[in-house]
Design a protein around this ligand. Structure first.
Ligand code: PMP
Length: 361
């Protein structure tokens, strides 16, 4: 068996040590004589495991105690639909800063239940930069302000937490959570689907300030109430137990590596390596994003034409480098280099890119 270098955008690479532990525990977990997948979420063993996963996440992100942490199903997309339902009155103003494809999707989910305004948009420049904070048109009556911290497809990332308005800042961190240090207290809410930096798909994480949770929101079924999920410790109905367990293993693994600050230093080096290859290729590889907001997690780039890109992907796969095809919305190539993608994998890709450019230039 040989594992490839995996640059998939999500579901994405998981730490090998975590997969090996899951493999070792697959049949008998935690002295239970059964797999974690085969046990009740109401049993003490699972409840303890879930509580520990939350504690570890709180420690890793230094989440202030007053914030609630929820583990939810339905992915980041369902959370996007829950935002207006839970935190805005029917038809109330909500502001969105649009910096790429996933911001568009967040808006699509909110529109039926709120008065969405695009406070600033980078659509006009093809989502290659983040509109200057001074130019955002924020409304005084907005229930919240939404940003996408890292645009997974366009490779555009906020380098810092933007100054909030009067309204709490809600950030989609699906593809950047746990990749860099940040001050949670600057946010009203942070949410993320798991399948990039947390674990397998099927679970999502939400970190929420109590002021938002105190809001009445709109008429909704109990399953659509985030507060209701929290009241039941995220076990309102049957949770995705295996995904939750695996997320817990990833949190432990990250702690062992030295936490978010340690992984951030590695992530910075990984991204710098790839952008240096792109920028040093004499235009053979091109990344269109303003260097000030280039993503550390998703590195999209283009070659001269489709034929060359197809050739690149074919040879990459033959060399054990997978998941590099750009999203269909933008085409090109994309290397996703989440926490679990090692520096050795990034170096293998960098060398491949240099060799390929030399052969084809
Ligand atoms: N937001 C971002 C930034 C994403 O990258 C994705 C998935 N790639 C989503 C939202 C949608 O996530 P999900 O598939 O978990 O609903």
């Amino acid at each position: 068996m040989s594992r490839v270098h995996n640059f998939s955008a999500g579901p994405a690479a998981l730490p090998e040590a975590v997969l090996r532990q899951a493999q070792a525990e697959l049949l008998e977990w935690n002295d239970q004589g059964a797999s974690v997948m085969e046990l009740s979420h109401r049993g003490q063993a699972f409840i303890d495991m879930a509580a520990e996963a939350e504690r570890d996440l709180r420690e890793l992100m230094a989440i202030p105690t007053e914030y609630a942490v929820a583990f939810l199903q339905g992915g980041a997309t369902l959370i996007q639909a829950l935002l207006p339902l839970n935190f805005a009155a029917s038809g109330q103003a909500v502001d969105y800063v649009l910096t790429g494809h996933w911001g568009e999707k967040a808006i699509d989910q909110a529109r039926p239940c709120a008065d969405v305004s695009i406070a600033a948009s980078a659509e006009g420049n093809g989502y290659t930069k983040i509109p200057a904070r001074a130019l955002w048109r924020l409304r005084d009556d907005a229930a919240y302000l939404h940003i996408t911290s890292n645009e997974t497809i366009h490779g555009v990332e906020f380098a810092d937490t933007p100054e909030a308005s009067r309204a709490p800042l809600i950030a989609d961190m699906s593809s950047s959570i746990l990749s860099r240090s940040l001050d949670v207290s600057r946010y009203g809410m942070i949410y993320a689907g798991a399948q990039k930096n947390i674990g397998p798909s099927g679970i999502a994480v939400a970190i929420i300030h109590p002021e938002l949770l105190a809001r009445a929101g709109q008429l909704r079924a109990p399953i659509l109430s985030i507060g209701n999920h929290l009241k039941h410790d995220s076990m309102l109905n049957t949770p995705p137990t295996f995904a939750w367990y695996l997320a817990g293993l990833v949190f432990k693994h990250l702690k062992q590596l030295g936490g978010v600050a340690a992984i951030e230093a590695i992530n910075r080096r990984k991204a710098q390596r790839l952008y240096a290859v792109i920028d040093g290729s004499n235009g053979f590889y091109r990344n269109r994003v303003d260097p000030a907001c280039r993503s550390r997690m998703n590195v999209p780039f283009f070659l001269a034409n489709d034929v060359l890109e197809a050739d690149f992907l074919k040879h990459a796969t033959a060399n054990g480098l997978i998941g590099l095809k750009g999203h269909r919305v933008v085409g090109g190539i994309r290397a996703s280099i989440y926490n679990a993608v090692t520096e050795a994998s990034v170096e293998a890709l960098a060398q491949f890119m240099i060799d390929f450019a030399q052969r084809k230039a």
